[in-house]
Design a protein around this ligand. Structure first.
Ligand SMILES: Nc1ncnc2c1ncn2[C@@H]1O[C@H](COP(=O)(O)OP(=O)(O)OP(=O)(O)O)[C@@H](O)[C@H]1O
Ligand SMILES: [Mg+2]
Length: 262
């Protein structure tokens, strides 16, 4: 039991209210897991907690990444260590271009010392030309217009463009564990295929993926090894791809009664 990401009996409170009530999950590199579950069951809370969002207080339990607890690590340290989150609602940052944001993030990941003292890591790290080529290559694969590199991050991006921008970040930053919070929401069918292909291209022995979703359709393209059902702040059922079909036809109400708590 030494997965690359190990979540042990995690309890998390937000503003004094307990939201996660004993979440346990193990994700190894090379695996794809899906988390489904009703609105408000705690899926985004889990993703935010994983990344170290300061509002989410871990009251008990632990998160181990590569065998070590990350609870004391700041968000940027977690990102540099190889955790990545694609947000359910990516925020716009007017004034910061997508290209310069991504280059700073990549430099922080590949040359952590370059970003110390709170300065933007512009001196060391990837040379500008090499970075532009890398960005162009991945943008072409995601069928994104190159002009996005010079636009402000997520500012005026359509819903689908924001989600593609998240995948582009993932492609360039090459995390070891990525959690995608409803990256499929708001994508039209072509974009869904492109984004799924992007994830499939990235997944492999060096990457573990957690896909949070409400819809089966993305699971037709991204094949999860396991599907978990989150309810009331815990994983209450785990199964193979067939579980998603059952949820689609039967909803979530039966989960606890028949499968029981675990
Ligand atoms: N920052 C916050 N402040 C206050 N309440 C919060 C915060 N984050 C989460 N919550 C509460 O925690 C509960 C779980 O929310 P969460 O966003 O994790 O659900 P979810 O499973 O992601 O739902 P959805 O499927 O709708 O995205 C909700 O009742 C929500 O209001
Ligand atoms: Mg959510």
């Amino acid at each position: 039991m030494n997965g690359d990401l190990m979540v042990k009996d995690l309890h998390v409170s937000v503003e004094g209210k307990e939201i996660l009530k004993g979440l346990s999950l193990e994700v190894k590199k090379g695996e794809v897991h899906a988390i489904m579950g009703p609105n408000g069951s705690g899926k985004s809370t889990f993703a935010n907690t994983l990344m170290g969002h300061p509002k989410y207080e871990v009251t008990s339990g632990d998160i181990l990444f590569k065998g070590e607890s990350i609870l004391e690590m700041e968000t940027d340290e977690r990102a540099r260590a190889g955790l990545f989150m694609a947000f359910q609602y990516p925020v716009a940052i007017p004034g910061l271009t997508f290209g310069s944001f991504l280059r700073a993030a990549l430099n922080a990941r590949i040359a952590p010392s370059a970003g110390e003292d709170g300065k933007m890591p512009t001196k060391k790290g990837i040379p500008p030309k090499e970075f532009r080529d890398l960005m162009k290559k991945h943008m072409a694969a995601l069928k994104m217009d190159e002009k996005f590199a010079t636009r402000y991050l997520n500012d005026g991006f359509s819903g689908g463009e924001k989600k593609r921008a998240e995948i582009l970040q993932m492609a360039i930053l090459k995390p070891e564990i990525a959690i995608m919070d409803e990256t499929d929401s708001g994508l039209d069918i072509d974009a869904l295929k492109i984004v799924s292909e992007g994830v499939n291209t990235l997944s492999g022995p060096d990457l573990g993926v957690i896909v949070i979703t409400h819809y089966n359709r993305i699971l037709n393209y991204i094949k999860p090894h396991k599907i978990h059902v989150m309810k009331d702040g815990r994983i209450q059922a785990t199964g193979g791809p067939e579980l998603a079909l059952e949820l689609e036809s039967r909803g979530y109400d039966w989960v606890r009664e028949e499968v029981g708590t675990r």
